[in-house]
Design a protein around this ligand. Structure first.
Ligand SMILES: N[C@@H](CCC(=O)N[C@@H](CS)C(=O)NCC(=O)O)C(=O)O
Length: 249
């Protein structure tokens, strides 16, 4: 049963003409794109500010004291941490409800969000994605040890997701997308851009059907158009990641 109410939530509202919503980030960031997807799905107009030239500078750290993106500014209310941002968006604005009303379905959605943060994003994007996509674009050789450690963790994550989709629903929780689906999509897209990811994903038909359903959503098409010009371009501030982020095995 699809338990997400079709009605707007009690506090949800349509944006007034004077309200402003701004997303700060860099264009190919997986977490930034979760926020852009959720805003697009809710039908909320927003401005995107590319922080790439200012990452780590005082003006960025004033918005995010942990030196990350995304950051949301809604009429002067500034918020960081993607899970907090997208719940706020869902509960503040009109549009399709993206959090199930049913407490167990909502718990399952939050389980996916926690799993993305702990088990999917780190190995698929932060490790494999950086070694295969981000560093080569900067002329930095990949560290094959990092890739080798990530691959079995990625295989396990894909097995878990493929099994979860045995429930036969179109999306991870219900017949309509929830925040869980929007959390998972950008990291799965990053994985699909790597040779190892392409090979592993080709063995997962249910994940393939889920990705096809997601890719057909107008919100996903709109965000893909926003990101497309930046694919394959160097992320200059990522030069620091070989010191700051890369695991030392
Ligand atoms: N816990 C944060 C994670 C955000 C995060 O890791 N963002 C990455 C981009 S996908 C970032 O800011 N990287 C920039 C850097 O580390 O220099 C959230 O949920 O928003």
């Amino acid at each position: 049963m699809d338990v997400i109410s079709a009605d707007a939530s009690i506090r949800a509202k349509t944006m007034s003409r004077t309200e402003t919503v701004t997303v700060y980030g860099f264009p190919v960031s997986t977490y930034v794109n979760i926020v852009r997807l959720v805003l697009s799905e809710k039908g909320v107009p927003f401005t995107f500010v590319d922080l790439e030239p200012r990452m780590g500078t005082p003006s960025h750290l004033a918005l995010h004291p942990f030196n990350r993106v995304p950051i949301l500014d809604h009429d002067g209310f500034v918020l960081y941490e993607t899970a907090a941002i997208v719940s706020y968006i869902d509960e503040t604005f009109d549009g399709p409800r993206l959090q199930p009303d049913d407490v167990r379905e909502r718990a399952r959605m939050n389980q996916w969000i926690g799993s993305l943060n702990s088990y999917y994003y780190p190995y698929m994007a932060f490790h494999l994605g950086h070694e295969r996509l981000v560093y080569p674009n900067l002329g930095i050789a990949p560290d094959e040890k990092v890739v080798a450690v990530a691959l079995p963790k990625i295989a396990n994550g894909l097995d878990v997701m493929e099994r979860a989709l045995e429930h036969g629903r179109k999306y991870l929780i219900a017949e309509r997308p929830t925040l869980a689906d929007f959390f998972m999509l950008p990291t799965m897209t990053t994985l699909s851009l790597t040779p190892e990811g392409q090979s592993m994903l080709s063995q997962k038909p249910r994940i393939g059907a889920w990705r096809a359903a997601m890719e057909a959503l107008p919100s996903v098409i709109a965000v893909r158009i926003m990101v497309a010009p930046h694919i394959g371009k160097p992320v200059e501030h990522a030069r620091n990641w070989i010191v700051d982020h890369r695991p030392k095995y």
